[in-house]
Design a protein around this ligand. Sequence first.
Ligand code: ATP
Ligand code: HMH
Length: 264
Amino acid sequence: MSKNMKTVLTIAGSDSSGGAGIQADLKTMMAHKVYGMSVITALTAQNTTGVAGIMEVTPEFVAQQLDCVFQDIRPDAVKIGMVSNAEIIKVITEKLVEYKAENIVVDPVMVATSGSSLMQDDASQALRTLLLPLADVITPNVPEGEVLSGLKIETKADMLEAADRIASAAGTSVLLKGGHLKDSADDLLFMDGKVSWFESERIENPNTHGTGCTLSSAIAANLALGHGLEESISKAKAYITGALHDGMDLGKGSGPLNHAYRIN
Ligand SMILES: Nc1ncnc2c1ncn2[C@@H]1O[C@H](COP(=O)(O)OP(=O)(O)OP(=O)(O)O)[C@@H](O)[C@H]1O
Ligand SMILES: Cc1ncc(CO)c(N)n1
């Protein structure tokens, strides 16, 4: 079985508290029994209560990491998370094109659950024009969806209009996540003009640190395993719902998810 091991690369920032970023991505990949690799774009000094500091990796070193991965173990899918400045975004875009990367999931990480900014102001334009068009699917949450669409999102009808706008601008499928809405936790996929809802009950759990990173990595893992986009999202949604239900409670703020409960 391990002879057919599928491989997934995460290009993202490190979270010292292990709940989001690279650490959440690798844990999610392991739970999906795919081989995880990482290109680190930034170190964050962070915990469940907030981000204390960010140290960006140079664009040259991001490129070097990408070369090392792609020239040796080709990823079956790529997940992109925190990319904090325009130069890093440029270099990632160039390398993904050079190596003809497939099954690209972009989580346009702008702000952490705690409210701290994870992207410089000049980076959002580079994200829209360079990276988003390369993606097979992008996974904004409601605040990111508002920035990308220029619309206020308060209802499911607003989600539909915003997802349509983002999809048209980026020319790619959009999964607009409903985790920040009050009454539901339904996510909306806008793909080739077709709308699908991925529904789940709202779980009363304040520990949602890293839910977005986990969902996008689970989608990438399922794409690598050969599932189509809708099936990959459906499986990823079930994974995140199960992890939230598990109810692990660590840290003084919005705590991380348990991935180990899935592994047997
Ligand atoms: N309370 C909740 N109950 C059920 N599902 C939830 C809840 N909160 C988030 N989710 C689900 O978790 C996934 C991630 O959505 P969310 O909107 O929280 O992402 P995010 O804000 O990017 O996450 P983060 O920034 O914390 O990593 C989505 O599938 C969403 O529907
Ligand atoms: C490194 C990192 N990436 C993404 C997020 C978003 O949850 C975070 N808090 N930290």
